[in-house]
Design a protein around this ligand. Sequence first.
Ligand code: DOR
Length: 443
Amino acid sequence: MPGYTITQTDAAAARPTGHKRAFIIAGARGADGRGRDLYVRDGVLVDTAPPGAERLDADGLIVLPGLVDPHTHLREPGSTAAETLTSGTAAAARGGFTAVLAMPNTIPPTHGPAEVDWMVRRAVWTPARAQVVPVGAVTHERGGKQLADIEGMARRGVRVFSDDGFCVMDPRIMRQALATVALFDGVIAQHSQDERIAPPEACCPDEALAERLGLPVWPSVAESTIVARDVQLAAEAGAHLHVCHVSCPETVEIIRWAKKRGIRVTAEVTPHHLLLSTDKLATGDTTYRVNPPLRPAADIEVLRAALADGTIDMVGTDHAPHTAQVKNRPMPQARPGMTGLEQALGVVVETMVLSGRMTWTDVARVMSAAPAALAHLTTQGRPLFPGEPANLVLVDPARRHVVDRDDTASRSRNNPYHGRLLPDPVQLTMRGGMITYTRDARG
Ligand code: DOR
């Protein structure tokens, strides 16, 4: 697009936010299993040990590129009782993330250049512990009626646009949005939910269970029919469609079909859809109310296989912090969403690595390189070579713990893994040569 300038979000990320030290990371293995020491100076990886460097003993640990979350709700501005940029990015750092894509369903929504500027500045002032990459809204006020100032936000470096929380229902608006982002190689990240089939109170995918519990049904066709429509629209526009939080086998089939035909579609799956099934809803605990809903065990198997075979490109947490106030309501009225940043890697290790479906190299792809590429980030998701930014996470592949929802940096407690034994892999997170989380300092 004429007049387009280099990404401001990257510029903000590169700006030093404090004192940087030199480090020797000794004894870690890379994702490929090869042992190597890493040297860090002035925020980048270098090829020789810097004089006076601090030594970080990483014997027995795996070093991965810093994780990137393509789907985080930071709730600021507007709902700071649930989360802020400070608390949300601290949770991100604890989860091994060095960058998060911040969804625009804030109050006000991120739907124009002014809101993008605010977010970028806020991340610097806070300062955020992970790079905050604003996602722009597709429509004004996320109202679904009129396009937001997509080009204006693109000039600020925004690459990904979504009305997440709501589906862009009107096919004419979706068609215009795709045609607009095609001009600058942007992405429309769709929350696929036909709200005429699955209205806002819909919460249970299983008809029998829904009837027993008196809950409105959220059938899988409400997701898959929107995806079927959108891949056709993306093909026509030559634009990149990203399917948020894929939850059902029908959607996986459509994405596979579209990819075979060369349609530019990528997709994400959440950690909770990889691990938790519909029966959780029967407990009546509204922590498990989420959009799209948790699906049956057979569907989970399909999602795991699709992530392993590349049909689903990446993991997105859909970290959706909520206060007890908006969760302590009858199931259909309880706000959908669950936290996810801190346990995301643990869930992926449990469901994909320990089960033998994926290697650590695959983990680096689906949790770092692929989401970084989605947002065109140039300083994230990079291989750990000299000259690259020191964005990395040290992982203990063997450590496990029982998740405690109160042991968190998030302001919210709607943690669906509370009380569950899971891998607890993150030992240290480094962003731009700064340690943003270390287990030793965990308070
Ligand atoms: O469960 C959800 N919660 N799904 C979404 O798509 C939005 C999110 C939120 O913002 O709370």
